[in-house]
Write a protein that binds this ligand. Structure first.
Ligand code: HDD
Length: 718
């Protein structure tokens, strides 16, 4: 269709060919359906519900003016200067110049998804929150993140992961802003800028990006021994998750729940992934950062698009709300401590399912604003000093990041409960509030809005006794033990997980330049575990520091280890190597799909291999780290575009197999992944634990799936 200026006098503008016939834009995916802002008199007035920002087939300006050309600026002659009067050029460039907002000061890199939470009703005896009632379904938005890296950094760096959930409940929005590690580096939020300054890149060079393996981080944590517990988790496999889908989540702080009778309990929140708790190996994580820096973001998006909706069960550890606020001698207000699950089991209270990807990354994942102070009746706070600093920070930071105090009007942040506030004006105000009297009490707007009572669902802080005391800047004595829980954590890991911790410390401290920092951290490790300390010291080539104090007896908590259980395999990814020989590939694919596993066929070239079989990866684009297990239906000879294998002299390939396939197999072996093969494929996979060969591809697949349910072939790493 050609653009026309109906009735315009004079010559028509030149027409610009369109690659397709104009048609209406694709409809937006259903977005969250937030109620309008309500005026003080109860009239619905505010911003419209999420609007379809693209309307009609024709390009327009922001004012809705149709345009006939957006590819050429208005010039004095085809080769002449551009004219200042080109209002379209100026609008387009000005808007572009202001497209970026400041990234989050921490947790800048992340990805989110929509979903639902269904309460089990099992929390009713301790909590009156409506969204926890039996069968109650509440829309949610979850954002996962790394902490240290900037918005464009890689996904699989060694870091703590954020796990922030926004529950759009009928009683107001509740945010559970947690991490995948149950403890924190510091006990008092006043030190948050210090730990973050230390972890971020060096201020002079702005390197390294998204890494803790540098001097300032280790300088800080070795000087702040309260960080030791979090550091142990940070050096463990937990800091390199296989997927956002395979992470646990923790509310970290102790919260206070209130039931219908007004009785209180103290709780810690846990998210348990139905997919299991799995991690990458450090070498895999490093390779992925180069091969696919969006690995976690892609994994979450693809799983949801494919219908493999990830799920987490929400659970609570419940403790009596005693005046001491301790449990088995553990200070529940200290965010560097856990309560082992063996002492206080995690009781399931509801299920989260992520089932819809965002329509627009910026509008949703970037603009979503979480706040630990977004609470609902039934959920109250404790006096954890880390939590109290957070209560200030999360609101404050949005003022800069989202440009003012009206960020709650952005579609992703709008409550699903009716809003009737007396907040007015300010930058980016999109509501058109009615009424004459935004204050209380008033007589001009009929007295509206009115206070609610408890029976109307008002949020009432639990009256808590505050001990008669003096103003001090100090930590309680009960926060002083910095070493027994790191020791408990290390002793709860299996030998292979302990080995990973030792190697992680050796790697990270090995990247430091300052001798004094490394030696100080070794002195800290000596207070956690003698073997851990001596093996790291040996790896660094430094003397083992002397420690003549007593190390505490600890009772290991098996729940802290990720190894030793079987997990569902749904949503995992298996590569199948094929070439002209596609025998058994269809059968293997069918068996994998039947189990909910994603099969990806890897072939010498893209496109169809047979009538019905299409390669999703080629030897050029595939790398082992993308797959949780590997199957081989063929032993393809070296293709002309293949480089010689790494262990051969240039120009004289010794192998009869394509070196890229040989590398796939070698890495799958090294990374302890299950390997299966049949036909010609069986000749190149070698043998040993976790290698399955046979004539029947379906039987091979079944054995590989059994191995996959343990995540890795751990025997190969023993
Ligand atoms: Fe924080 C973001 C989790 C301590 C200050 N934090 C942020 C996010 C998560 C956490 C998951 C990203 C939310 C999103 O996806 O938008 N933070 C935690 C946990 C902590 C913690 C589990 C300890 C238990 N944080 C913490 C302290 C302070 C902050 C002690 C400040 C005193 N956090 C912030 C922040 C951020 C933030 C600066 C940056 C962006 C944002 O809030 O919205 O306010």
């Amino acid at each position: 269709m050609e653009p026309k200026i109906p009735g315009a006098p004079g010559p028509q503008p030149p027409t610009v060919a369109e690659p397709t016939e104009p048609r209406d834009p694709l409809p937006p995916k259903p977005d969250q359906d937030a109620p309008e802002t309500v005026s003080p008199t109860g009239a619905v007035t505010g911003a419209p519900k999420t609007a379809n920002s693209q309307q009609g087939p024709f390009l327009t300006t922001a004012q809705g003016l149709r345009l006939y050309d957006t590819d050429h600026s208005l010039k004095a002659g085809a080769r002449g200067p551009t004219l200042l009067q080109d209002h379209h050029l100026r609008e387009k460039i000005t808007h572009f110049d202001h497209e970026r907002i400041p990234e989050r000061v921490v947790h800048a890199r992340g990805a989110g998804a929509h979903g639902v939470f269904v309460g089990y009703g099992t929390a009713e005896s301790v909590c009156k929150a409506g969204f926890l009632r039996k069968g109650k379904t509440t829309p949610v938005f979850v954002r996962f993140s790394t902490v240290v890296g900037s918005r464009g950094s890689a996904d699989t760096v060694r870091d703590t992961r954020g796990f922030a959930t926004k529950f759009y409940t009928d009683e107001g929005t509740f945010d559970l802003v947690g991490n995948n590690i149950p403890v924190f580096f510091i006990q008092d939020g006043i030190k948050f800028p210090d730990i973050i300054h230390a972890a971020k890149p060096h201020p002079d060079r702005e390197i390294p990006q998204a890494q803790s393996a540098h001097d300032t981080f280790w300088d800080f944590v070795s000087l702040h021994t309260e960080a030791t517990h979090h550091v142990l988790w940070h050096m463990s496999d937990r800091a390199v998750p296989r997927s956002y889908r395979t992470m646990e989540g923790f509310g970290v702080h102790t919260f206070r729940l209130v039931n219908d009778a007004g009785e209180t309990s103290l709780v810690k929140f846990h998210w348990k992934p139905a997919q299991g708790v799995h991690s990458l190996l450090w070498e895999e994580a490093q390779l992925i950062n180069g091969i696919d820096p969006d690995f976690h973001r892609r994994d979450l998006y693809d799983a949801i698009e494919a219908g493999a909706f990830p799920q987490w069960e929400l659970g609570v550890q419940v403790f009596p709300d005693t005046p001491e606020q301790t449990f088995e001698g553990i200070d529940l207000l200290d965010p560097t401590k856990i309560v082992p699950e063996e002492l206080a089991p995690v009781q399931p209270i509801g299920m989260l399912t992520l089932n819809r990807n965002p329509t627009n990354f910026f509008a949703e994942s970037e603009q979503v604003a979480f706040h630990v102070g977004h609470l609902v009746p039934g959920i109250d706070l404790t006096d954890d000093p880390l939590l109290h600093a957070r209560l200030f920070s999360y609101l404050d930071t949005q003022l800069t990041r989202l440009g003012g105090p009206n960020f709650h009007q952005l579609p992703i942040n709008r409550p699903h409960a009716p809003v009737n506030d007396m907040l007015r004006d300010g930058y980016h105000q999109t509501a058109v509030h009615g009424g004459a009297a935004p204050y209380r009490p008033n007589s001009l707007d009929g007295g509206c809005p009115f206070h609610a009572g408890v029976a109307d669902g008002a949020y009432v802080e639990m009256p808590q006794r505050v001990e008669e005391s003096v103003k001090v800047r100090e930590a309680p004595a009960s926060f002083a033990d910095h070493f027994s829980q790191p020791r408990l954590f290390f002793h709860s890991l299996s030998p292979v997980e302990q080995e990973h911790v030792i190697r992680a410390f050796t790697f990270e401290l090995g990247k430091c330049y300052e001798q004094a920092v490394k030696e100080r951290q070794l002195r800290v490790l000596a207070r956690v575990d003698a073997r851990l300390c001596s093996e790291v010291a040996t790896g660094l080539g430094l003397p083992v520091p002397e420690f003549d104090g007593e190390l505490p007896e600890v009772t290991p908590s098996p729940a802290l280890s990720q190894i030793g259980r079987r997990w569902p395999v749904e949503g995992r990814v298996v590569g199948i190597v094929a070439d002209h020989s596609v025998d058994g590939v269809e059968a293997a694919r069918a068996a994998l799909e039947e189990a909910g596993v994603v099969p990806l066929v890897i072939a010498p070239h893209g496109g169809p291999l047979t009538d019905g079989l299409v390669a999703q990866r080629t030897f050029l684009t595939a790398r082992s780290v993308e797959f949780d297990a590997l199957l081989l239906a063929a032993a393809p000879p070296p293709a002309p575009d293949a480089l010689p294998a790494r262990d051969t002299k240039a120009g004289a390939p010794s192998s009869t197999v394509d070196p890229r396939v040989a590398l796939l197999v070698e890495e799958a072996h090294r990374h302890a992944k299950a390997i299966g093969a049949w036909g010609e494929g069986a000749s190149v996979v070698g043998d040993g634990p976790g290698v399955v060969t046979g004539d029947d591809p379906t039987a091979v697949v079944q054995d590989v799936l059994t191995l996959l349910s343990e995540h890795r072939v751990w025997d190969r790493l023993a």
